[in-house]
Ligand binder design. Structure first.
Ligand code: FEO
Length: 406
């Protein structure tokens, strides 16, 4: 994809990765690929490259840069975040412009050295409020620890009211276009929500605080250019407001999202019968349900659904005194992501001996989800009475949700 002007003197020089299908190992499915955004900021006196790209795309970055500038004329490289999808091309860039000075947060110094060794690069740690004057254009730094790593920071160009927040406000969305007004808005917001759910959810309190801090600093924002996906130029308020809602658990106005997510795995169909009875009862009560057989589903898509759901109900047959291992990645992710403010319940059928329901209940509690009831474990194939017990569990979940809505 070609170099694109974002503002006068600011160009997108990154790379589009159409083929990426997983991020962070296989924890996050990226059905629509991704981009690694980097930006060349040119002042009257100096030029700064803000972030680089993932290592395999180093030459794409170099080729984009050389369309605009001679490599020896790059004076600064701003490393907003050390993770390799943004700093992977740094050694190649520094090889071509060894004169450049690196600006990064103090926390980034050690991981940069650990990733790339002692290269003799001139590194300048910066902190919130520090300013890099490029001549007629300045870059103001704002530390943003845990959005997404402790080293993360935002760069802000006040002359253009342009925020370069690295991972924050990103989406894993490959596109031939660079701006929000050029892509389907429903797809864009869905990918932004999936990104928030799978990456930023556990840091929601920090997201809230950072949004408040930006407000208190009096930073005016006309455009947000993240390091993944498209640039928010038409309506940056759309993504800021969405972050505020996702961080605080507020509903998205107008979105018909599932209110209750039911996930199960089943050995011989009994737990599936229970899942269906629970889902049907809640649906009859007027709730919007998403029902997932984990063996046929992508768990990072489920996590995206949970972002805007009010309840999470999980069921499993028992194997080796615990839940089926197919549920483990989802459950482990939930414990890490801690989707607070939701209620949950566990259910499952077992043969000779149970254990799955107890394990699911414990894990849901560890994930910060408030349990409704002690979990419903039945033995063998659910009969009429057992299915009524499933419907009763659903009624309990429904009545807790109804009382919360008052
Ligand atoms: Fe896109 Fe935390 O890296």
């Amino acid at each position: 994809m070609a170099v694109v002007q974002v503002k006068d003197g600011v160009h997108w020089v990154g790379a589009v990765d159409w083929n990426n299908r997983y991020f962070h190992g296989v924890t996050y499915s990226t059905h629509r690929g991704t981009t690694y955004n980097a930006y060349l900021v040119a002042g009257e006196k100096y030029r700064a490259l803000v972030d680089t790209v993932y290592t395999p795309f180093s030459e794409v970055l170099v080729s984009h840069l050389t369309e605009l500038v001679s490599m020896k004329d790059i004076d600064y490289v701003v490393v907003n975040h050390v993770e390799i999808d943004h700093s992977g091309a740094l050694p190649r860039i520094m090889e071509l412009c060894p004169q450049a000075k690196i600006c990064c947060s103090r926390k980034a110094l050690e991981p940069l050295r650990k990733h790339f060794g002692d290269q003799g690069w001139e590194m300048h740690p910066v902190k919130t409020g520090d300013v890099l004057d490029l001549g007629g254009k300045t870059i103001r730094f704002i530390e943003a620890p845990m959005l997404h790593w402790p080293d993360s920071m935002f760069s802000y160009i006040p002359e253009d009211k342009l925020l370069l927040p690295n991972d924050a406000f990103g989406q894993h969305l490959a596109s031939s276009h660079r701006f929000d007004d050029q892509v389907d808005n429903a797809i864009l917001m869905d990918e932004a929500a999936k990104y928030y759910a799978n990456i930023l959810l556990p840091f929601s309190a920090l997201v809230e605080r950072k949004l408040r801090e930006i407000d208190e600093l009096g930073i005016e924002i006309d455009t947000i250019a993240p390091s993944h996906g498209v640039i928010w130029r038409q309506d940056p308020g759309q993504i800021i407001n969405a972050y505020q809602r996702w961080a605080t658990g507020l509903e998205t106005p107008g979105r018909v999202s599932p209110e209750i997510v039911v996930v199960f795995d089943t050995m011989w169909g009994s737990t599936e019968k229970m899942a269906e009875a629970i889902a049907e009862q809640l649906s009859a009560q007027g709730y919007r349900i998403s029902l997932y057989n984990i063996g046929k589903s992508d768990y990072s898509d489920i996590i995206r659904e949970i972002l805007e759901a009010k309840a999470v109900i999980i069921g499993s047959s028992t194997i080796n005194n615990g839940m089926l291992p197919s549920l483990s990645p989802l459950m482990e992710e939930l414990v890490g992501l801690k989707p607070k403010g939701r209620i949950g319940a566990a259910f499952g059928s077992h043969g000779w001996r149970g254990g799955a329901v107890k394990q699911i209940s414990t894990t849901l509690t560890d994930a910060g989800i408030n349990l409704v009831g002690d979990g419903l474990a039945i033995q063998w194939v659910p009969d009429r009475e057992d299915l009524e017990a499933c419907r009763n569990l659903a009624r309990k979940v429904g009545s807790v949700l109804a009382s919360r809505a008052k």
